[in-house]
Design a protein around this ligand. Structure first.
Ligand SMILES: [Zn+2]
Length: 172
């Protein structure tokens, strides 16, 4: 879900990371939601707008600090698949005629509820990097994660801090 929200152009200086059906298909495959290899889930251009809309709807739920709003929205998202049994693994249990955005909405809704109930509302955060617009959900055990992409944003923040120190010291 964090990956979906952070695929938005606002996180990448205007570059859309889910620009077409091909990218969406790859995204689903990466997250085990593409169906089986013999019967891949159908994904088309028509799925893009609803998925982008879902992403926009999810961002404040990941970033925001209103737990009650988050629970209400998560409940609404999961309602899209009322009656479907979610056994181990999503892909095999959700019929192909369920739109991709609804599938992602349910996965996101369940994830939001699980984290909020088991780990607590303080696990939803914006990225600590000054130069990153990403948001993330900290599911680590200690719960002290600061960056949406620890490898990238952490390094970027360190480099920026280093430059600032050099400037302050007059050596930059
Ligand atoms: Zn970040």
């Amino acid at each position: 879900m964090t990956d979906l929200v952070n695929s938005a152009p606002e996180v990448w200086r205007g570059v859309e990371h889910l620009p077409d059906a091909e990218a969406l298909r790859a995204f689903l495959a990466e997250h085990g939601l593409a169906g089986s290899t013999s019967a891949p889930r159908p994904v088309g251009d028509a799925d893009l707008a609803p998925v982008h809309a879902l992403r926009t709807r999810l961002r404040p739920l990941v970033e925001g600090s209103d737990p009650e709003h988050r629970i209400a929205e998560a409940g609404a998202l999961t309602a899209a698949l009322a009656g479907i049994t979610l056994a181990d693994g999503w892909a095999g249990t959700v019929p192909d005629d369920v739109p991709v955005a609804d599938l992602l909405g349910v996965v996101a809704g369940v994830g939001l509820l699980a984290v909020q109930l088991h780990l607590g509302p303080e696990r939803f955060r914006p990225c600590s990097s000054d130069t990153c617009e990403g948001v993330f959900i900290d599911t680590s055990r200690p719960g002290r994660r600061r960056y949406c992409m620890p490898g990238q944003c952490g390094n970027r923040a360190n480099v920026a801090a280093h430059r600032a120190r050099r400037r302050a010291a007059g050596t930059g």
